[in-house]
Design a protein. Structure first.
Length: 438
């Protein structure tokens, strides 16, 4: 056991040195937790070296803690996650990070925050103090709180806050039903989206999915679109730099299938003038997407480089004959049979030279086997293989679907008449490229 502990400590030290040197290349040190300012790598795409080092620290510290602390205490700590969830919901709903923004590093006394939020000072103080112990907010002096690097992400203007609010409310409620649903004689064995935990919480009718819950509900639809803006960027990895977008010919058209409000296209639009984009989704997201782009990038719509078109990927193919069909974070929402329907519809639109890109988590074949990739020297492959499993279970809760291994993607591709071409590792969700089988 001592050997494993020594190895974990060595991995942590070496990975932290990699992180320090990546910041140093940008002329910075690793930002202090107290700083609410935006720092390098907060917004830009992480490179794979940095993201592998961060993953290593994350997984190694978790294993280290699990090894050395009292298991009883640790298990109870896991149960205390419900406390964290309740407190995070409270500060988002009461807009605490927004109220603290102008107060800067000095922060605000809890009495002043109480006036703004309507929450009793003594109770608000306990919520904020607990979160401060988890490095979300800072207690500057007794009963005076300030934003820090983490609480700033919960500010109402950040898409991350919409994502967390969505996670906490819709997925949070659904997760409390997981045990009951998995043991239910009808819902348990089913792999239909309506029969999952979230489906049962929101009474989704047979044949429908989570998207039925939000369709036409202005608040839920907008929050989901905003959530995807922040959450999907976080899981997308270095997709703009890893895939050879720049080498695609001028005027290459990307069809972003189920592209929401076109969030994945923003970065590509800004970085690659050779690309044009058609974002296809259900009517609600399409309408919100048109609004979003006309507000932030009107020239994209005016020039015709970005356009929107409603469609239902179960009912028919997207626009035909484009060079690239791009499906980001679509596959993990659907069971194999449904995903094959979607892919088969996309295949009908593809030409001889079209490529189809599935951008989603690619799970390791086995968690306890060396991962493919791992770009930092001395990286422990077993530590690197721990990621992707929380979102896999989230998909079970959310839609009875799952994350897939590379072989699973190759199999569903084959069933849809598609041939696997190449895997592009991005450090988070990866890109799997297919072409037509014949
Ligand atoms: C998890 S989101 C991913 C959005 C976007 N691709 C991204 O990566 O940010 C799934 C998207 O699939 C869309 N979608 C769900 N059902 C659909 C359907 N039947 N036809 C077309 N789009 C659909 C949703 O509206 C949503 O925008």
């Amino acid at each position: 056991m001592d050997e494993r502990l020594d190895s974990l400590l060595a991995h942590i030290t070496s990975a932290v040195n990699v992180i320090k040197s990546e910041y140093a290349k940008k002329g910075h040190s690793i930002p202090s937790l107290d700083s609410p300012d935006i720092r390098p790598f907060d917004l830009e795409e992480p490179n794979t070296t940095l993201s592998d080092a961060m993953k290593t620290v994350d997984a190694a510290c978790e294993e280290l803690v699990a090894t050395v602390v009292n298991p009883y205490r640790r298990m109870v700590d896991h149960a205390y996650d419900v406390v964290k969830r309740g407190c995070i919901c409270t500060v988002i709903d009461a807009k605490v990070p927004t109220h603290l923004k102008d107060a800067g590093e000095k922060g605000l006394p809890v009495d002043a925050l109480s006036e703004k939020t309507g929450i009793t000072p003594a109770k608000l103080s306990r919520v904020l103090r607990y979160l401060a112990t988890k490095h979300i907010f800072r207690e500057v002096e007794p009963d005076v709180f300030a934003n820090n690097r983490y609480s700033m992400l919960l500010h109402e203007d950040t898409p991350v806050s919409a994502g967390i609010s969505w996670f906490n409310e819709e997925c949070g409620q659904a997760s409390t039903r997981l045990s009951e649903v998995l043991r239910h004689p009808v819902y348990g064995p089913s792999d239909d989206p309506w029969a999952c935990s979230l489906g049962r919480v929101f009474e989704v009718p047979e044949g429908k999915s989570f998207y039925w819950v939000i369709q036409g509900n202005e608040y839920r639809e907008k929050r989901f679109a905003d959530a995807m803006l922040g959450v999907t960027e976080h899981v997308a990895g270095s997709y703009a730099s890893v895939y050879p977008w720049a080498s695609l010919p001028s005027n290459t058209t990307i069809i972003d299938v189920g592209g929401g409000i076109g969030q994945a296209c923003v970065k590509l639009y800004k970085s690659f003038p050779n690309l044009r984009f058609v974002i296809q989704d259900l009517p609600g997201p399409v309408e919100k997407g048109q609004k979003f782009w006309s507000q932030h990038y009107p020239e994209a719509l005016d020039s015709g480089r970005v356009s929107f078109e409603s469609f239902d990927f179960f009912q028919g193919p997207p626009i035909s004959g484009a060079e690239i069909y791009y499906l980001r974070l679509i596959s993990h929402n659907w069971k194999d049979a449904d995903f094959v329907k979607i892919l088969s519809n996309v295949r009908r639109a593809m030409g001889k030279h079209s490529k189809l890109l599935i951008h989603d988590h690619v799970l390791p074949e086995k968690t306890l086997q060396p991962a493919a990739g791992g770009t930092i020297q001395g990286v422990d492959p077993v530590l690197m293989n721990k990621f992707g499993f929380s979102i896999d279970v989230l998909m079970l809760i959310f839609s009875n679907a799952r994350e897939r291994r590379l072989q699973d993607f190759i199999d569903v591709g084959k069933r849809s008449g598609l041939k696997f071409n190449e895997l592009y590792r991005t450090g988070r969700a990866d890109i799997v490229e297919f072409t037509l089988e014949n």
